[in-house]
Design a protein around this ligand. Structure first.
Ligand code: GRF
Length: 207
């Protein structure tokens, strides 16, 4: 992989994880080369522009079909020399051809300890609502490689977060997000330093 690693971050929402990656990049072996969103009003795009990072918005035509999304994404990645992708609150499924092109080079962050509380329909606050409804004492954050399903790719890093008796989805989300902001840049750093090998479902990290 070329050095430094050139990252595209895909985000649909506020972009606090994008911000954590932007903040970690100076001095790190990666840079955020591009931020892509499916929503023109995503807070993530403003954060990217504020950091002088290139942005792209997928318009309705690009989102009309998998083939069009694939062509638009791969073209944007090529124009910005992107060699690694991080999904950060991106609410659209990534077309299979893009997943295959970036196999082993595309990460997602999920606000729970996968494989619990993941899968289709479990995103954003729904995850924390499900965690509280189930009554687990621990939740957490997971960084995993992206495969063609929802939240099922090999796990790179996880960190537990306690659930408090008086938590609401909002208080729990905030506690988990604080961990996400540390974990995601750490995971990208490990890939950028060539410390990660993938052995089937198992991700091996050299210390
Ligand atoms: C995070 O909780 C992330 O784990 C999930 O979506 C949320 C995005 O938050 N995939 P933000 O836009 O990065 O603030």
């Amino acid at each position: 992989m070329s050095s430094p690693l050139r990252l595209a971050v895909l985000a649909s929402g506020g972009g606090s994880n994008l911000q954590a990656l932007l903040d970690a990049a100076p001095g790190a072996p990666f840079e955020v080369a591009l931020c892509v969103s499916n929503r023109a009003d995503a807070g993530a795009l403003g954060r990217a522009r504020g950091a002088g990072c290139a942005t792209a918005v997928l318009d309705a035509d690009a989102l009309a079909s998998d083939a069009a999304t694939t062509a638009t994404l791969l073209d944007a990645f090529a124009r910005h020399d992107v060699n690694f992708v991080a999904l950060a609150g991106y609410m659209r499924k990534i077309p299979p051809d893009v997943v295959r092109t970036f196999k082993g080079r595309m990460l997602n962050i999920h606000p729970a300890l996968l494989p619990a509380f993941g899968g289709k329909g479990l995103y954003g606050h729904r995850v924390h609502e499900a965690v509280l409804a189930y009554g687990v004492r621990w939740t957490g954050a997971t960084v995993h490689l992206v495969d063609e399903e929802y939240d099922t790719g090999p796990i790179v890093l996880q960190e537990p977060v306690p659930v408090h008796a008086d938590d609401t989805p909002e208080t729990l989300a905030a506690r988990v997000l604080a961990v996400e902001h540390r974990l995601y840049p750490e995971a990208v750093r490990l890939f950028a330093r060539g410390r990660v090998t993938i052995d089937g479902r198992r991700v091996v990290i050299q210390s």
